[in-house]
Design a protein around this ligand. Structure first.
Ligand SMILES: Cc1cc2nc3c(=O)[nH]c(=O)nc-3n(C[C@H](O)[C@H](O)[C@H](O)COP(=O)(O)OP(=O)(O)OC[C@H]3O[C@@H](n4cnc5c(N)ncnc54)[C@H](O)[C@@H]3O)c2cc1C
Length: 237
């Protein structure tokens, strides 16, 4: 797999724990929405003396020709994510890829369901950005539905973009937080719990990405609602 050196073009402090990193997109780096890359930083070695490498889903769309975007949560005492959060524009990240079979199946059926928890929105955002961009090849402008769960209202990643798709009626958006909070108009509860509440949607392809505790629970609920297990695609970390 080819490796590249990618300069950091822009860093956006998206939520208290999540930064969005815009990296130069190397010439010839192609990927399908949903795939991930491996990243390392010069001089960042682990305890065993090996270069630290971590996987990150590509959050941008293949249609974003000039950059790749990563959406990285700063893990408490996390070796690589903390180092990423200390980078500045102009610094360099080593990347290789793309990797992974979690990817958008084209053509997308008229109705597809997306489910994300926390920074699990990264590969889902790549998929939705591709489908909701106009013009986009094989886009299904209607019938896309996203269930997105995060801990508190402050942790709504890609809020403006996702709400924009919903406003333009390209996406039906359901958001949920873990516990009640002031001025919150969405749902409350874990994502799997709210899926049955809106079961009017077509039971076609489903794409799920989130923490290991969320993904199997969501699959169980979807199966109970009549989704075909072979058309449920998943990624977790
Ligand atoms: C396919 C894939 C895609 C991914 N995409 C994303 C993405 O888009 N965004 C994202 O944010 N993450 C993503 N991840 C997760 C990412 O790869 C890293 O695992 C994450 O950033 C944490 O790495 P780290 O080096 O910062 O933390 P690590 O140093 O690996 O530590 C992880 C956690 O374990 C704790 N820990 C470490 N050592 C110990 C110990 N000895 N005892 C107890 N606790 C310990 C740390 O405190 C920390 O909280 C993805 C993972 C996979 C597999």
């Amino acid at each position: 797999m080819a490796s590249y050196r990618a300069g950091v073009l822009e860093i956006v402090n998206e939520t208290p724990r999540v930064n969005l990193f815009r990296l130069e997109r190397p010439k010839g780096f192609s990927f399908v929405p949903g795939q991930f890359l491996m990243a390392s930083i010069d001089g960042l070695y682990g305890r065993e003396g090996a270069l630290v490498k971590r996987s990150y889903s590509i959050a941008s769309s293949p249609l974003d020709k000039d950059y790749l975007e990563l959406c990285i949560t700063r893990a408490d005492n996390g070796l690589f994510s903390v180092a990423m959060h200390e980078l500045d524009t102009g610094d360099v990240v080593n990347i290789s890829g793309p990797y992974g079979v979690f990817s958008l199946k084209l053509p997308v059926p008229e109705n597809a369901t997306f489910i994300a928890g926390g920074s699990g929105i990264a590969p889902i955002r790549s998929m939705l950005r591709t489908l909701c961009s106009s013009p986009a090849p094989n886009a299904a402008p209607n019938g896309l539905r996203l269930f997105y769960g995060f801990r508190t209202p402050h942790e709504f990643i890609y809020r403006d973009e996702l709400q924009g798709y919903a406003k333009k009626k390209k996406l039906v958006l359901h958001t949920t937080i873990d516990a009640p909070a002031d001025n919150w108009g969405g749902d409350v509860g874990f994502v799997p719990e709210i899926l049955p509440k809106y079961s009017d949607y077509a039971k076609s392809d489903a794409y799920i990405c989130g923490p290991p505790v969320m993904v199997p629970a969501a699959i169980k609920v979807l199966s109970g609602l009549g989704f075909d297990g072979k058309r449920i695609y998943r990624e977790q970390w």
